[in-house]
Design a protein around this ligand. Sequence first.
Ligand SMILES: Nc1ncnc2c1ncn2[C@@H]1O[C@H](COP(=O)(O)OP(=O)(O)OP(=O)(O)O)[C@@H](O)[C@H]1O
Ligand SMILES: [Mg+2]
Length: 255
Amino acid sequence: MTRRIAIISGKGGVGKSTTAANLAICLAQLGRQVTLVDANFTTPDLTMHFGTPAGTPTLHHVLASEYTVEQAIHTHVSGLRFIPASIAIADMKKARYHRLEKLIEKLKGDYIILDTQAGLSSEVLSVIAASDEVIVVTNPEWPAITDALKAILLAKEYGAHVTGVVLNRVTNSKIEPNMKGLETLLETNIISVVPEDKATKEAVASRNPVVISDPDSDSAIAFKQLAANIAAVTYRPPSSFRRRMSRIFKRLFGG
Ligand SMILES: Nc1ncnc2c1ncn2[C@@H]1O[C@H](COP(=O)(O)OP(=O)(O)OP(=O)(O)O)[C@@H](O)[C@H]1O
Ligand SMILES: [Mg+2]
């Protein structure tokens, strides 16, 4: 059975694309067949995470019937299949978004992960409608949490199963809300707590998601744990000795 999972948030900039890219790669590394779709139609940025060359067929071209979906699939070294979006305004205007659901139905494999744009616009609703499940990403700050709650309610209204919340950029400072209280408020389980981690930022600069660029970093471990939860397999994080050695190696040799 193919699981179609949309990554949504409400508020922008909370880590949807980061979560989508790393979750998709981790699932592929677990041997699952995964297609990551950049369904952020207006402000796509997943190509930045992968360094996909400009001028290649994209989801926008497929939605405008200029290419087939197969032509828009790029294969990443991890085995992940990736459908990028176009950054051109002209392509944005040509795409017929109502075709998305049928197009996503055609994609086979174990997981289809769909990144979305910020807000709860009709474009985001079309992605939710094309998915079976949603993962809601939020930061531990009230404006983001309020928007996450709206996203959860809307997803439920559209008949999507809410798989859980990813709490991203957690610093464990006293001003952050208590996890149990947050789960009660959102009526949803927190399925991942991703720490604030500069390795995640460095990863974007290196055009490689953090689970590849710094696999023993705190955020990479959180994403691997999330993927294991989704795939219902056990994940054993690396020992603190291995993580220390990996840090020293990185400091000495970079990369
Ligand atoms: N755990 C983290 N630690 C530190 N920085 C992070 C973390 N997660 C994401 N970021 C940074 O936050 C910024 C926003 O992340 P991202 O692009 O994934 O958010 P988004 O929700 O997809 O944004 P948009 O709504 O614009 O699509 C990026 O610069 C990213 O590197
Ligand atoms: Mg994004």
